[in-house]
Write a protein that binds this ligand. Structure first.
Ligand SMILES: Nc1ncnc2c1ncn2[C@@H]1O[C@H](COP(=O)(O)OP(=O)(O)OP(=O)(O)O)[C@@H](O)[C@H]1O
Ligand SMILES: [Mg+2]
Length: 249
């Protein structure tokens, strides 16, 4: 066999995105391997969220390539990219407050176009199994009949992560999941993401360095739309440029 490398699950090559001449992403290249969890750090305005916007098709790259699962994403729209298996969590939780925890998950399942096409979801045993499995993962089984609006901020974030898991993405993109969480919730979120990473690839953007350290994964620091440093948390946090533009502020 000649194949020496397995293809990356996510591959950005020379991606540039300009807003009125300002380069939010500037020749950004990044590869995430299947099964990996990657943490992305970097100062405000570094392009972290814009990178997620490009991956999910919300924003078009002006230049460069984005591949997921060996498919070129440049001509696909947001719904097609989601169908390929990319789930994205925005910073602010957007759960349905007046529905129960369980119903939020059920709604998320039924929004999954592929699942809906394949099965009759109504009252199906598969649906119940999937909901139970997600509730178990996000540890909200005991609160399944509670209204989502009465959950704590951290629990709402977990529920929203659960709503993404219900759609069984191959790649989960999570933008600042622990902002506004207590220390205990932050710790539990690190555990949750590590658990999820046992069978899914994860890219997580965070400013909370204690949380990033807790994840224990490879770290990429973005700055002015490109990669400034990449490596272990110790390597990246000791990098002089990273200290200068980000950590030492
Ligand atoms: N739709 C847009 N129109 C114009 N400028 C934009 C747009 N989206 C992002 N930008 C700009 O692009 C740059 C990168 O923004 P982005 O939100 O990606 O940064 P970030 O790394 O996520 O920062 P933060 O840590 O504050 O979330 C910023 O200067 C931002 O103002
Ligand atoms: Mg951002």
């Amino acid at each position: 066999m000649d194949t020496l490398t397995t293809p990356s699950l996510l591959y950005l090559n020379g991606v540039t995105v300009s807003f009125d001449g300002f380069r939010a992403l500037n020749n950004l290249s990044l590869a995430v391997e299947p099964g990996e969890m990657r943490a992305i750090i970097g100062p405000n305005g570094a392009g972290k969220t814009t990178m997620m916007d490009v991956i999910t098709g919300k924003t078009r790259a002006d230049d460069g390539e984005v591949f997921f699962d060996e498919q070129d994403l440049s001509r696909l729209d947001e719904a097609d990219i989601a169908d390929l298996g990319i789930g994205r969590k925005f910073q602010k939780p957007t759960v349905f407050e007046s529905h129960t925890v369980e119903d939020n998950l059920r709604l998320a399942l039924r929004c999954d176009r592929k699942a809906r096409a394949a099965l009759l979801w109504r009252e199906s045993a598969d649906e119940r199994r999937r909901i139970d499995r997600v509730l178990d993962t996000i540890r909200l089984g005991g609160l399944r009949h509670v209204l989502a609006g009465s959950l704590s901020h951290g629990q709402k974030q977990w529920l929203e992560i659960g709503m993404l898991l219900a759609q069984e993405p191959k790649l989960l993109l999570v933008d600042e999941p622990v902002a506004g969480m207590t220390d205990v919730e932050t710790q539990q979120t690190a555990e949750l993401l590590r658990h999820i990473n046992q069978d899914r690839t994860v890219v997580v953007v965070e400013h909370d360095m204690a949380f990033v350290r807790e994840l224990g994964v490879k770290v990429t620091c973005l700055h002015e739309g490109s990669v400034l440093a990449e490596g272990t948390i110790d390597q990246v946090s000791q990098n002089e440029r990273v200290i200068e533009v980000y950590l030492g502020r």
